[in-house]
Design a protein around this ligand. Structure first.
Ligand SMILES: Nc1ncnc2c1ncn2[C@@H]1O[C@H](COP(=O)(O)OP(=O)(O)O)[C@@H](O)[C@H]1O
Ligand SMILES: [Mg+2]
Length: 385
């Protein structure tokens, strides 16, 4: 890539920010400071950071680094079983601490133990697939199993040792936001006992659905809300405002602003519905689509948006005539439900049809709520139906 626009690709790369990219951070001071405060003052407990993917959870978590506490961030991914999650967590924590002067030795021991266990398990399942074909039968009793209890004990010991030597210990478990709500709840439930210990704070990144449930639990005063019992608090990351997304883009493009039309940035911001990842994605895609141009202009981004939306509809997703008509009528609308119903009825929709079309568009996320008002998602605002 030798053209000018190609230079934009690297500054638009989608990556969580951290201290080294502090200049690119927009807003979120409130959430970061809140978490820093809680982490410094709470004696122990489990916290969550929730929000849709791409909204900035990892970024916020990367800035929760109060000076008086020891912070460790790990990723775990859910596989088939609860046991494997426990192995994964123990492995991640011990790998990160194996060079630590205080707990390095024990960490190494834990890491090696997990590696050995996994090797045995893998070797066995490989053996099964190899020999099963050859007609060999395996007795159930000789199958190696996860040592769930040993793993849990080791995790408990490792955490205890870390807390003893570090004082306040903050463990951030990221990436669970990509998983299904039920699975995440199971993991947290399984680990709860190990994670509730003096001087240990655990922060999970969580999918949006868990936040919704947490709020509902909190409101049911007389029942013992499950989530409320586990989480001390869950911080919810709202979508950004359109101006904030634009600012995010400008900060990244600071040295190249003569190559990009402001309106192109506004369009990307509209498309994103306040999700910084979506803004970076559509703008990068627009750059690739127009890599030979001298400047990225509004109509370039518009074409890319239309292409993306067409691809979406060509995968089999479709709208009814009524839904299309309603979207076209509401493109520049922002306001409450009742007003939508009024507009639809003024334009020939029967009352009951207006109700059901409204609900369909909300359910399909063509109509979204931003700052208390309904509006057409920026993904579909610039397309003619
Ligand atoms: N407050 C912010 N200011 C600027 N850019 C942000 C902010 N939050 C997120 N981003 C950018 O948005 C993208 C998604 O952020 P990330 O933290 O990975 O989200 P999540 O963990 O919720 O999926 C990243 O490219 C990141 O740089
Ligand atoms: Mg993340």
């Amino acid at each position: 890539m030798s053209t000018k626009l190609a230079a934009l690709v690297s500054v638009l790369a989608d990556k969580p920010l951290d201290e080294s990219k502090k200049d690119w951070l927009v807003n979120r001071e409130r959430e970061v400071n809140y978490l820093k405060n809680v982490v410094s003052h709470l004696p122990f407990g489990i916290l969550g950071v929730a929000g849709e993917t791409g909204i900035g959870k990892t970024t916020v978590l990367n800035f929760v680094r109060p000076s008086n506490v020891f912070v460790l961030m790990v990723n775990i991914s859910l596989r088939d079983t609860m046991e494997s999650i426990l192995y994964d967590l123990l492995y991640s924590i011990s790998s990160k601490l194996e060079k630590d002067k205080d707990v390095g030795n024990y960490s190494k021991e834990c890491k090696e133990w997990v590696s050995k266990e996994v090797a045995t398990l893998k070797g066995f399942s490989l053996g099964v697939t190899l020999f099963a074909n050859a007609g060999t039968k395996f007795e159930k009793s000789i199958a190696p199993r996860f040592n769930f209890f040993v793993a849990r004990e080791k995790l408990g010991n490792l955490i205890k040792k870390a807390v003893q030597s570090k004082g306040k210990f903050v463990l951030i478990i990221d990436e669970l936001d990509k998983e299904k709500k039920e699975d995440v709840l199971k993991v947290i439930d399984a680990l709860k006992a190990q994670l509730l210990s003096e001087n240990l704070i655990v922060i999970f990144s969580l999918p949006f659905a868990i936040y919704r449930e947490y709020v509902a639990d909190r409101m049911r005063w007389n029942e013992a809300g499950n989530l409320e019992n586990v989480f001390k608090d869950i911080v919810f990351l709202e979508p950004m405002k359109p101006l904030e997304v634009k600012e995010m883009l400008i900060r990244r493009l600071k040295d190249y602003l003569e190559l990009v039309d402001t309106e192109a940035l506004e369009l990307a911001s509209d498309f994103s519905d306040g999700n910084p990842r979506d803004a970076l994605w559509i703008l990068s895609k627009s750059v690739y689509d127009n890599i030979g141009e001298k400047k990225l202009e509004k109509h370039h981004v518009l074409n890319t948006i239309r292409k993306v939306v067409n691809e979406y509809f060509s995968t089999g997703f479709s709208l009814t005539e009524n839904q299309k008509k309603a979207i076209n009528l509401l493109k520049d609308f922002k306001g409450p439900r009742e007003k939508i119903l009024k507009i639809l009825q003024e334009n020939g929709f029967k009352r009951t049809t207006a109700y059901s079309v409204l609900n369909q568009l909300i359910e399909k996320r063509f109509l979204i709520i931003r700052e208390g008002n309904y509006k057409i998602s920026g993904k579909f605002k610039f397309v003619d139906f």
